[in-house]
Design a protein around this ligand. Structure first.
Ligand code: SF4
Ligand code: SF4
Length: 444
């Protein structure tokens, strides 16, 4: 791996050696969703690395065309998985985006209107605020008012941005409130973990959070859920708002006990949201030069996705059959950013009665990619439709997905293609099989 050679002032704060790792072989292009859709070399990983290098070398102006190709990147990192030369694309595009933001403050959020900016950066990074903001929508859905409004076509009266955000909402179930701070292991204790809830995941899919805790307990794991935990910072970091992301990271290190310098007794920090997990695993890199860097390195070493943790622990075998054909979508932040592929599939394969069938283009981004849905709605829509069509072609009655953003995007696009497919997290299926409590979607 290349050593850090930061560029001179006025240039992006990235390691130029990483740019040179790309040998322009093009083996990554077929895995790049934007290239697959547009066929334009400048929308491929190779093309984007070339553009960034040309700008750094001063051979190309950072004009609107160049920015457009870089903005269209989903940061899904499928190119990293495909690249035989080990190019660390994420470590290029993210600092380069920060550089673009520094040169033109506010540009990364310029495609968003005031309401979207408020939701993304003020509401979503707080579990409580997100939950409160969703309360009217939850009430409208549960009471049937939402259905009435839709049937009468009244949603057309909403401003387009609000209509788009409303369309992204999944079916909301009642929220359980707050989980206890400590949940004991069932039987002999095999491990003790801190559970990282995530903000949007907790507000939109509370049942999945509950199921994650129950599955861990069932596997002999004591679960500690620090109340004060903060947003992971991914929304900020991927929108080139690095200082805010670093502040959140420093707080999380402190809250999970890594800021004190005391030896910790946690076996892992577990999350079920791939987007949060990828960000948490990147804390050491993101916090470089920050006073909390050492704490971030220790924190970083403990982070595990729930599927990774259970697989390594040796899962207790689920017993109740789920007699369905199901498939699995690889969330980019799991498959590409964390290289987690076999673990969730292996867990699902333990469930009696379930037939797991492969999904075509499983590794291709569904178009969710954080706020991409709002900033690049056209490309996000094309990729969402493509994913829904691939799922329909499997004939599966359930699709399992390890990330909240993908869950929302896929459920939304499946609605018009095969609306009765159960979209859920693998822990939802595991808990159903452990407990015998079938989810509503599987009740006939
Ligand atoms: S990123 Fe990797 S796969 Fe793509 S062109 Fe460069 S070296 Fe080849
Ligand atoms: S991160 Fe994804 S969208 Fe961006 S260049 Fe790589 S494969 Fe293409």
């Amino acid at each position: 791996m290349a050593t850090a050679l930061p560029l001179a002032d006025g240039k992006p704060n990235l390691d130029y050696e990483l740019v040179l790792d790309c040998v322009h072989c093009g083996l990554c292009t077929a895995s790049c969703p934007t290239y697959v859709e547009t066929g334009n070399e400048a929308d491929s990983p190779r093309g984007r690395i070339y553009l960034m290098r040309q700008v750094i070398d001063g051979a190309l102006k950072l004009d609107e065309t160049v920015k457009g190709h870089l903005d269209l990147c989903l940061n899904c990192r499928a190119c990293e998985t495909a690249c035989p030369s080990g190019v660390q694309y994420g470590k290029l595009i993210e600092p380069f985006r920060v550089h673009m933001e520094e040169k033109e403050p506010g540009r990364s959020a310029a495609n968003l209107n005031a309401l979207q900016r408020f939701m993304l950066f003020r509401i979503f990074p707080s579990r409580l605020r997100t939950r409160l903001a969703l309360a009217p929508a939850r009430l409208a859905q549960i009471s049937g008012l939402d259905w009435l409004v839709e049937s009468l076509g009244l949603t057309k009266l909403l401003p387009p941005s609000l209509r788009r955000m409303k369309a992204m909402l999944p079916k909301l179930k009642p929220h359980y409130g707050s989980l206890p701070e400590v949940l004991p292991a069932e039987g002999k204790r095999r491990a003790r973990v801190g559970l990282f809830l995530g903000c949007v995941a907790d507000a939109l899919y509370p049942g999945t959070q509950l199921n994650t805790a129950r599955v861990l307990q069932k596997n002999g794991v004591e679960v500690w859920i620090p109340r004060a935990q903060q947003c992971c910072g991914a929304l900020h970091y991927h929108s080139a708002m690095e200082p805010q992301a670093r502040e959140l990271a420093a707080k999380n290190c402190e809250i999970f006990g890594f800021g004190t310098g005391m030896p910790d007794d946690l076996d892992a920090i577990v999350t079920n949201a791939a987007g949060c997990g990828a960000m948490l695993k990147d804390y050491a890199h993101m916090m470089h030069g920050h006073p909390a860097e050492e704490a971030a390195v220790r924190f970083n070493s403990k982070v595990r996705d729930i599927s990774e943790f259970l697989y390594d622990l040796g899962p207790v075998k689920p017993t109740h059959p789920l007699n369905i054909t199901a498939t699995y979508h690889d969330a980019c932040h799991l498959r590409h950013a964390q290289q987690i592929q076999k673990q969730p599939r292996s867990l699902l394969e333990l469930i009696p009665g379930m037939k797991l069938v492969p999904l075509g283009e499983s590794e291709l981004c569904c178009g969710a990619a954080g706020s991409y849905n709002l900033t690049q709605p056209e490309m996000a829509g094309k990729l969402g439709d493509r994913k829904a069509e691939n799922i329909r072609a499997t004939g599966a009655k359930a699709v399992f997905i390890g990330n909240v953003g993908c869950l929302m995007q896929i459920a939304r696009h499946l609605k018009s293609v095969v609306p009765d497919v159960w979209c859920a997290h693998p822990v939802d299926a595991l808990w159903a099989s452990y407990s015998g409590e079938m989810p509503d979607e599987l009740k006939v």
